[in-house]
Design a protein. Structure first.
Length: 489
């Protein structure tokens, strides 16, 4: 193994009851650098034993943490946010090596958002408003919201620290204790977060992290009170099935096949922003616009400009500051994306650019998992390429004739996570957005996120909502106390 990190070659251990530990079995998994294809560390591979130890530690810590004052919990979360900001550079580099994403993207977007997650929920619990409702003069209803116990927080590999903290922060803020399970593909920043939790003074057992292939044991555990998962739809379906056996409430943020709708009066930045929406993080974001729907009157011109812009994106070493397109997360995922390119050809599509490894990569990346930004045209909206989530740097461009046609194509998939609409006519944009079967519809923007609003999807894109009060409510259980106004003698 060759060290690519700032310090020693990492061995990522479980974090249970405030301490780092190995798996009881001693099993390890390799940690790969997607950009070089080399093994750069190893990961403790957990299972039922580690899950049981983590849940037990979380149970022991629950009473003290859940009964602590919101101001006390908020103080620890803000301290964690400060430490993440202090270590932004180290975290960004680790995230880049772990996932293949450009280090500039990790530094400017993902690590700051991880800090913001903790700070936002710390502020939110401090601003909590009592829920009190009178019944005429007869009685008063007070809604008490208490944390139910241990929360399982399972996050994906595409935005490792960003989405891990998006789950952990509201769970801790609400008073739950947590057993986290980051992706075994990208575990390093979760390990670093545990080190920061120790420094921040988070009590032992409040946050536990089990690594490796421990997900099934965690979601099947009968003493887990909540399950929050972000990832693929097939895995989400399996988690919902397992949770149902224990009647465990679940929050599932799953896949997307999002539409970018370009009307004939689209603003001048529509090409640039739709390219960004298609290819940011190599298209490995659930919100990416992988289907670009363009009004037929401007279709040819738009396609030409889109392709030129896609070709201009700089593929290269993710650790170089000017790189815009890094590596895909793994050899298996790279093969999956290339198989999707071949499937598009087999379905009769035309590959206008990309579809293969980019040229001119540096020697360090000679064995890395790269696919150049890929643009496909000539496919029907109902074909597999335009129906199935690919989750890579591959976009299909389709023409439409009018608003009704665009809405039908956009809604004509089993997913319903997000969409964007591009038009200079704001009322027209709102009219179209209101008819899209999605959890989030942007007008003349993409990926603008307000942490106060609910986030999630329709149809096969998930169950429940994350963000703001919705997240806190998921990690609590309400009790209504109805008190009569008059006490009889």
């Amino acid at each position: 193994m060759r060290c690519a990190y700032a310090g020693a070659v990492p061995t990522v251990h479980h974090f249970i009851d405030g301490s780092f530990c190995d798996s009881r079995s001693g099993a390890r998994l390799p940690i790969d650098d997607p950009a070089s294809g080399e093994v750069v560390g190893e990961l403790c591979d957990g299972g039922a034993d580690e899950v049981e130890a983590a849940v037990a530690a979380a149970e022991r810590a629950f009473l003290g943490w859940s009964r602590s004052a919101p101001s006390q919990r908020a103080r620890v979360l803000r301290r964690l946010a400060d430490l993440i900001e202090r270590d932004t550079e180290a975290l960004a580099r680790a995230e880049s090596i772990d996932s293949g994403k450009p280090v500039a993207l990790a530094r400017s977007v993902e690590i700051p958002r991880a800090a913001a997650n903790f700070r936002f929920f710390a502020d939110l619990i401090g601003a909590g408003r009592p829920e009190v409702y009178g019944i005429d003069t007869r009685a008063t209803n007070t809604v008490l919201r208490r944390s139910p116990g241990v929360a399982a927080c399972i996050s994906p590999w595409n935005l490792p620290l960003y989405l891990f903290t998006w789950k952990i922060a509201p769970a801790l803020a609400a008073g739950c204790t947590v057993v986290g399970k980051p992706s075994e593909v990208t575990p390093v920043t979760a390990h670093m977060l545990c080190q920061l939790a120790q420094e921040a003074g988070l009590p032992a057992g409040v946050l536990n992290v089990v690594h490796g292939r421990a997900g099934a044991a965690l979601v099947e555990h009968e003493r887990v009170a909540r399950i929050s998962f972000t990832g693929g739809t097939a895995t989400g379906r399996s988690i919902a099935t397992a949770a149902a056996r224990n009647l465990t409430p679940v929050s599932l943020e799953l896949g997307g096949k999002n539409a970018t709708i370009i009307l004939e009066d689209a603003p001048s930045n529509a090409v640039e922003q739709s390219v960004r929406a298609a290819f940011q993080n190599q298209g490995q974001i659930c919100l990416c616009g992988s289907r670009v729907l363009v009004h037929r009157s401007i279709y040819e011109r738009f396609v030409g400009e889109f392709v030129e812009r896609a070709k201009s994106l700089r593929s290269g070493d993710p650790l170089h500051e000017t790189t815009e397109q890094g590596a895909l997360v793994s050899a298996a995922h790279c093969a999956k994306v290339l198989a999707a390119v071949q499937r598009a050809r087999d379905e009769g599509g035309t590959i206008l650019c990309g579809g293969a490894r980019p040229e001119g990569l540096p020697s360090r990346c000679s064995r890395g998992h790269f696919v150049a930004p890929t643009v496909v045209t000539g496919l029907d909206s109902r074909c597999s390429t335009n129906q199935e989530e690919i989750f890579g740097p591959m976009v299909s461009i389709l023409p439409f004739d009018d608003e009704t046609d665009a809405i039908a194509i956009a809604n004509g998939v089993r997913y319903g996570l997000a969409a964007s609409v591009w038009t200079k006519d704001e009322s027209r944009g709102r009219r179209i957005a209101s008819q899209l079967d999605v959890g989030t519809a942007w007008i003349n923007c993409w990926m603008l996120r307000d942490l106060r609003v609910p986030f999630g999807g329709w149809k096969h894109s998930g169950i429940g909502r994350e963000g703001g009060e919705d997240a806190l409510r998921f990690f609590t259980e309400p009790t209504v106390v109805c008190q009569a106004s008059t006490v009889l003698p």
